[in-house]
Design a protein around this ligand. Structure first.
Ligand SMILES: Cc1cc2nc3c(=O)[nH]c(=O)nc-3n(C[C@H](O)[C@H](O)[C@H](O)COP(=O)(O)O)c2cc1C
Length: 202
């Protein structure tokens, strides 16, 4: 089974990355997971969570936190340039960056593969494999917009974490699930039941 690469960067709404891991594992998928250095800092400051950096410990941490034993999960350090997923010869199903900072987005847009996330994204673009980026910033400045434009032209799919209001969400979990399931729709994965637009009520 080919893996899906998930990258979580140091943007707000890390819950989206977390729920992505949980739903993929519950659906018996294989995940290669990279957290940027910034993601560990945001987890600490925004959510008071200390995520282990050591890959094996991190894998146990997620399984415990998300209470899921199915699927396959491999974690990588942000600077592990010799990881299998850093090479185009290693096949994957695609890569999803959620949430994506403007920093990571800018580095990918300029081909600056300084960390494993950027390198992996670069590989997905050069191999013409799905690269889905969920950028989290507001407002966007012109540099952000130009970087997004560049990545979209290079083949990335830009899927901002924007909730749907026609579903009449009642909880934050409703909003998170809608965003995450729609994100993976883009990759051809069906991760769960959400309310979908079915035309106006009659
Ligand atoms: C609590 C917190 C929230 C942040 N939220 C965002 C955000 O939503 N979007 C963004 O582009 N940067 C955000 N940042 C800034 C990035 O974390 C910072 O630019 C970092 O260097 C990005 O590194 P990375 O792209 O390698 O994850 C946030 C920082 C903190 C501490």
């Amino acid at each position: 089974m080919k893996s899906i690469v998930i990258a979580i960067t140091g943007a707000s709404a890390m819950q989206l990355g977390e729920r992505s891991i949980q739903l993929l594992l519950e659906n018996n998928k294989k995940i290669d997971l990279i957290l940027s250095k910034g993601a560990y800092e945001v987890a600490k400051s925004e959510r008071n969570i200390n995520i282990p950096i050591e890959p094996k410990n991190q894998s146990y941490f997620w399984r415990d936190k998300l209470n899921v034993q199915s699927g396959e999960l491999t974690c990588y350090r942000w600077n592990d340039h010799s990881a299998s997923i850093a090479s185009g010869s290693h096949k994957t199903k695609g890569m999803v960056i959620v949430p994506c900072t403007m920093g990571t987005l800018g580095r990918i847009a300029s081909g600056f593969s300084s960390g494993l996330i950027e390198r992996c994204a670069d590989v997905h673009l050069k191999e013409n494999r799905p690269l889905i980026i969920s950028p989290r910033e507001s407002p966007f400045n012109l540099i952000h917009i130009e970087n997004i434009n560049r990545l979209a032209k290079a083949g990335a799919l830009i899927v901002p974490p924007i909730p749907a209001w026609y579903t009449n969400p009642q909880t934050i979990e409703d909003i998170i699930d809608f965003i995450v399931v729609r994100l993976f729709d883009s990759l051809g994965e069906d991760l769960g039941k959400i309310k979908r637009w079915d035309g106006p009520k009659k």
